[in-house]
Ligand binder design. Sequence first.
Ligand code: DX5
Ligand code: ZN
Length: 218
Amino acid sequence: MAKDLKIAPSLLSANFANLSEDLEKINRSEADWLHLDVMDGVFVPNISFGFPVLKAVARISEKPLDVHLMIVEPEKFISQVKEFGAMMMNVHYEACPHLHRVVQQIKEAGMKAGVTLNPATPVAMLSDIIGDVDMVLLMSVNPGFGGQKFIPHTLQKIRELRELMERRGSKALVEVDGGVNLQTAPLLAEAGADVLVAGSAVFKSPDMIETICRLKNS
Ligand code: DX5
Ligand code: ZN
């Protein structure tokens, strides 16, 4: 069992016709954060939800908000993300030609800065930014949809990221997103993940609170 494994349920798989019921359950659970996926139909081939929904969710959620922006030009929205109360703002490496500037701007706005890698982006691309980030989010599926199959190579990437962080003296958290369930969670914890995002495994399970508890004890 990993020490202090954090669980961040992803709202993408919740019941959007009755979000408050699902959010109350998350509030009552052992979840550490709430993960919120914003998609623009450009960076990823899907659209999820935007600021009106995020603001409403923030009013109900008692968990720190971990915002995952799957959008182009995420730097345009730093102040709006801060305004609704995000704790962590994750931007994609692939969406930011001026990543260093974006990371500094997120931190200056008073949020923690996370950098996300798509499955095909090597961990080595973070070599010159790892010292500046609060978290690295490794995608273990191609971003855009919930309920996809876990890509096993992610386990190797976690180990490589840990090595890079060790060399650079980085204390960043390692978060993994996509295909996390009761089978993959122990493998991810063992490989060195600090935070696991879980969408369908939590919201499609018969007992969300129990599933979150079991994931946390992976
Ligand atoms: C996918 C999103 C995920 C998604 C994960 O692009 O970033 O956060 O909700 O869903 P599951 O856990 O079902 O793979
Ligand atoms: Zn996500």
